[in-house]
Design a protein around this ligand. Structure first.
Ligand code: F6P
Length: 543
C-alpha cells in the first residue's frame, strides 16, 4: 500500500491554487467578464444540450480539469473499459455494460468469447417472449391471457426497471398493469397484488445472484399467493420467469431454466437495466422501443469513447462534479428533472452514483485523503421548489444542481409546459445571480427585512435540455450519468464497480434474525444499544 497519489499530482495542486484564486469570484463577475459565456460554455451531443456556464469555472478551470483527467489516464481507462479489461479489480471482473447496447455484429471479447453475440441471443429471446405475452399468445395456467406483470427485485434489479417504466409510461401498454416489489416489508408485496387476479399475473423474479434475501422472500410469497389462487404447482411454469446469472439457484427455486433470461458477471447490478433485468421495461414498451432505448445508450457510449475531452459530455459532467466536490467542497448534488415521468430518476441515480463512488480507499487499498462520491438526491420540479429549494437558495451550504428539461411535453396541457420550463430556467438564473441587498432595498423592502430577502447567488448549476423524452433520449441520459460516474471513479482512483459496503449490515442481519425469531429470549452479545433494541422489539411484537 502506498500513499494516494492524486493530491500530489501537479494538475491537482494547480487546481487547488486556481480554486484559491477563482473560488470567491461570483458568477455575476464571470458573466460580466464574458458576455458570451452562456453561448460558449455549452456542449450539444447526441441530442443532449448541456449548459455548464452557471458552474463556477472559467477557461483555466476547464483546462486544468482536462489536464487532471489526462494525468489520471482517463482516455486509457475508457479504452480499458470498452476493451473488456478487468477494471473491477476487487472482484476481478470486466465492466461491460456497454456491450449490452452494442449493435449486432460488433465484437467484444471476454476470455476469448464474443459477448455481443450472447447479448443479442438473450435480447432476441426477450423480444420473442414479450411479443407472446403482449399479443396474448402466452397464456396463464387457466388459459387466460396475462394482463399484469409484477417484477420482483431490489437495488439494481429494481431501481432501473421502476425508473424506466415510469419514465416511458407514455410509450407503455395501457391495458396492462405493471407493478414492482422490492422491500422485504410485506406491505410492498401485499399492496402490489391486492387487486390482481393471479390467473392473469406474471411474476418476473430479477436477481443477479438469486440469493438476495429480500427478493427470495418476496418470490416465495408470490409463489404461495399464486398457488393459493391457482391451486397447482404446475402453474409456476406459466406465471414465473427469472432473470439471473445463477441458473442453479433459479432451478432450486422451481423456475425452469427455459423460463430464465440470463446475463453475466461483467454486468454490475446498478448497470443492468438494459440487460434482461429490463424485461419488465420491454414488456411494457415493446421490443422496438426497448431497442430504441439501447440505441440511445449506444450513441452516448460512442460519443464517450471517441469525443475529445473538451466536448465529451460525460467527461465534462464528471470533471465539473470533481471541481464542485473537491475544490468547492460541495457535499451533495441535487438532480431536478422538470419532467414528471422522470420522478424516479433521482432514486435510480442514488444507487448508480453512491453505490459506485461511495468508497474510501484507492484501487491499491490506500485510504484517500480527499472527498469521493457526493450525496445525490432530488425530486421533480416544480414540486421541489415549494419544499427544499429554500435551502439551496439561501442556506449555508453549496448544493450544485442538475436541471433536466425537454422542449416538447408528452402531455400538452394549455401553456403548462411553458410554465414548467419557465420555472426551470428561472431557478438556474436565480441561483447563479441572486438578488443583492441593494437591489432588495431599491425594490422598496424595509431595511430590517432586506437581509432575509437577499439572495447571495453564486450557486452552481448545469442545465440539460433535450427535445422530448423518448426511449432513445432516456438511453442517452442514463449513459451520460453512468459514464460521468466512471470518470469520477477514475480521477478518485477507486473501484466504482464493487459494493463491499453493503455486506456488513447483511451479515449482522442474519445473526439478528436468528435472535428475533428464537423461541426463548436469546443470550445476546452485542453492544448495550443493540441488545436493548432486540429485547424491546421482541416485547413490543409479543405484547
Ligand atoms: O446489496 C447491494 C446489491 O448487491 C446491489 O449491488 C444489487 O443491485 C442488489 O444488491 C441486488 O442484487 P441481486 O440482483 O443479486 O439480487
Amino acid at each position: 500500500m502506498s500513499e494516494p497519489r492524486l493530491t500530489r499530482l501537479p494538475s491537482w495542486q494547480a487546481l487547488q491554487r486556481h480554486a484559491d484564486a477563482i473560488g470567491h469570484k461570483h458568477l455575476r463577475e464571470l458573466f460580466a467578464a464574458d458576455p458570451h459565456r452562456g453561448e460558449q460554455l455549452v456542449a450539444e451531443e447526441v441530442g443532449l444540450y448541456l449548459d455548464y456556464s452557471k458552474q463556477r469555472v472559467d477557461a483555466d478551470t476547464l483546462r486544468l480539469l482536462r489536464e487532471l483527467a489526462e494525468a489520471c489516464r482517463l482516455p486509457q481507462r475508457i479504452a480499458a473499459m470498452f476493451n473488456g479489461e478487468r477494471i473491477n479489480t476487487t472482484e476481478n471482473r470486466a465492466v461491460l455494460h456497454v456491450a449490452l447496447r452494442a449493435p449486432a455484429g460488433e465484437k467484444i471479447l471476454v476470455d476469448g468469447r464474443d459477448v455481443v453475440a450472447d447479448v443479442h441471443d438473450v435480447l432476441d429471446r426477450m423480444a420473442a417472449f414479450s411479443d407472446r405475452v403482449r399479443s396474448g399468445a402466452w397464456l396463464g395456467h387457466g388459459g387466460r391471457r396475462i394482463r399484469n406483470v409484477v417484477s420482483i427485485g431490489i437495488g439494481g434489479s429494481d431501481l432501473g426497471p421502476v425508473m424506466a417504466y415510469e419514465a416511458l409510461r407514455d410509450y407503455s401498454r395501457r391495458d396492462m398493469t405493471f407493478r414492482f416489489v422490492s422491500n422485504v416489508d410485506g406491505t410492498d408485496f401485499a399492496e402490489a397484488v391486492r387487486d390482481l387476479d393471479a390467473a392473469e399475473t406474471l411474476f418476473i423474479v430479477c436477481s443477479k445472484t438469486f440469493t438476495t434475501l429480500e427478493t427470495l422472500a418476496n418470490a416465495h410469497a408470490a409463489r404461495a399467493w399464486c398457488l393459493a389462487a391457482l391451486g397447482d404447482e404446475s402453474a409456476v411454469a406459466k406465471h414465473f420467469v427469472a432473470v439471473s446469472t445463477n441458473a442453479g439457484e433459479v432451478t432450486k427455486f422451481g423456475i425452469d431454466t427455459a423460463n430464465m433470461f440470463g446475463f453475466w458477471d461483467w454486468v454490475g447490478g446498478r448497470y443492468s437495466m438494459d440487460s434482461a433485468i429490463g424485461l419488465s421495461t420491454m414488456l411494457a414498451i415493446g421490443p422496438e422501443h426497448f431497442r430504441a432505448m439501447l440505441a440511445g445508450f449506444h450513441a452516448m457510449d460512442e460519443h464517450f469513447r471517441h469525443a475529445p475531452l473538451e466536448r465529451n459530455l460525460p467527461a465534462l459532467m464528471g470533471l465539473l462534479g470533481i471541481w464542485n466536490s473537491n475544490f468547492l467542497d460541495a457535499a451533495t448534488v441535487a438532480v431536478l428533472p422538470y419532467e414528471q415521468y422522470l420522478k424516479r430518476f433521482p432514486a435510480y441515480l442514488q444507487q448508480l452514483t453512491m453505490e459506485s463512488n461511495g468508497k474510501r480507499v484507492t484501487l491499491d487499498g490506500s485510504a484517500v485523503d480527499y472527498a469521493t462520491g457526493p450525496i445525490y438526491w432530488g425530486e421533480p420540479g416544480t414540486n421541489g421548489q415549494h419544499s427544499f429549494y429554500q435551502l439551496i437558495h439561501q442556506g449555508t451550504r453549496i448544493v450544485p444542481c442538475d436541471f433536466i428539461g425537454f422542449g416538447q411535453p408528452l402531455n400538452p396541457l394549455g401553456d403548462q409546459h411553458d410554465l414548467l420550463m419557465a420555472n426551470l430556467i428561472a431557478q438556474g438564473e436565480a441561483l447563479a445571480f441572486g438578488k443583492t441587498a441593494d437591489e432588495v432595498r431599491a425594490a422598496g423592502t424595509d431595511a430590517a427585512l432586506a437581509p432575509h430577502r437577499t439572495f447571495p447567488g453564486n450557486r452552481p448549476s448545469s442545465t440539460l435540455l433535450a427535445k422530448k423524452l423518448t426511449p432513445h433520449t432516456l438511453g442517452t441520459l442514463i449513459a451520460l450519468y453512468e459514464h460521468s460516474v466512471f470518470v469520477q471513479g477514475v480521477i478518485w482512483d477507486i473501484d466504482s464497480f464493487d459494493q463491499w459496503g453493503v455486506e456488513l449490515g447483511k451479515q449482522l442481519a442474519k445473526t439478528t434474525i436468528a435472535e428475533l425469531t428464537a423461541p426463548d429470549e436469546p443470550a445476546l452479545a452485542h453492544d448495550s444499544s443493540t441488545n436493548t433494541l432486540i429485547r424491546r422489539y421482541r416485547q413490543l411484537r409479543d405484547s
